[in-house]
Design a binder for this molecule. Structure first.
Ligand code: SAH
Length: 258
């Protein structure tokens, strides 16, 4: 081969779990890759193909995983790095951009393709109605990569501004108290009857959804596979006979009680 051996790196979103929620583009890019990189349980979702190499890694090794995939692509391969949901939402796309930003100049010649996926908040919202039907924001409650004080400031500001909140990474084994602290923080500003949705493992066989209120929300309902949506003062719950309630945030906001 003549010229620089610059390959290709695709950062691919796998969606929330169900194979039907993986886009045709993602399936095509995954099938075409010479090598797959990613967190083991995510890689396990990708159908095997003969001749394709797999490099499974631990969830915590984001930077090392990005660098390994970039080195492989720089050597001329077509590599794919997988993320759950969308790769740009609290996931590998920013880790790869960060590695390119800080890494060797040759990594800037790699063809980088980011393939979007259905992110958890959209999958959870679709199950329950339209809680994100008006203005909303997404926060990660993980304080691995930012101080807890910053998370509290953002919770305060989001609640004060009347946003519905989608809370990613509500708890983990290493972070047992953060969700309870976040609920306490939000209770200072939001009424006790504010709707709260716990969406766990949505689109997977062990999916469960619970609708409650901020006053009654039990942090123990959440685990690492749960996304929590906290409504705004406009968010409504419609009880339905024999059916799950519908949670929605109306298309129009008065701004009266935000
Ligand atoms: N890139 C992913 C998010 C990674 S952060 C995405 O776009 O969805 C990991 C967090 O995502 C989890 O702690 C949980 O809050 C949420 N999550 C991922 N998959 C989920 C699912 N199937 N159901 C509910 N929440 C999920």
């Amino acid at each position: 081969m003549s010229g620089p051996m610059s390959g290709r790196l695709a950062v691919v979103g796998l969606g929330p779990g169900d194979a039907r929620q993986l886009t045709p583009e993602a399936a095509e890019v995954l099938a075409a890759a010479d090598a797959l990189y990613g967190y083991g349980p995510y890689l396990a979702r990708v159908p095997p193909r003969a001749g394709q190499v797999r490099h499974a890694s631990d969830n915590r090794e984001e930077g090392a995983r990005a660098a390994a995939a970039l080195r492989h692509a720089a050597a001329g391969a077509s590599a794919a790095l997988v993320s759950g949901g969308d790769p740009g939402v609290f996931a590998m796309a920013a880790a790869v951009c960060g590695a390119i930003d800080m890494g060797p100049a040759e990594w800037r010649s790699i063809e980088l393709v980011i393939v979007p996926g259905i992110t958890a908040m959209l999958a959870v919202a679709a199950r329950i109605g339209a809680p994100l039907g008006h203005d909303f924001c997404a926060l990660s409650l993980s304080d691995n990569l930012k101080p807890w004080e910053l998370i509290e400031r953002r919770l305060d500001a989001a609640a004060a501004a009347g946003f519905v909140l989608a809370l990613y990474n509500p708890v983990s084994r290493a972070r047992p108290w953060q969700l309870a602290a976040a609920f306490d923080r939000l209770r200072r500003q939001l009424p006790a009857q504010t709707p709260v949705v716990f969406g766990r493992a949505v689109s997977r066989p062990d999916e469960s959804i619970a609708v409650t209120t901020l006053g009654a929300a039990d942090p123990a309902l959440a685990d690492m596979a749960t996304l929590v949506i906290v409504g705004s003062s406009e968010t409504r719950v419609i009880p339905r006979p024999g059916l799950a309630p519908l949670v929605y945030t109306p298309r129009a906001a008065s701004g009266a009680s935000a």
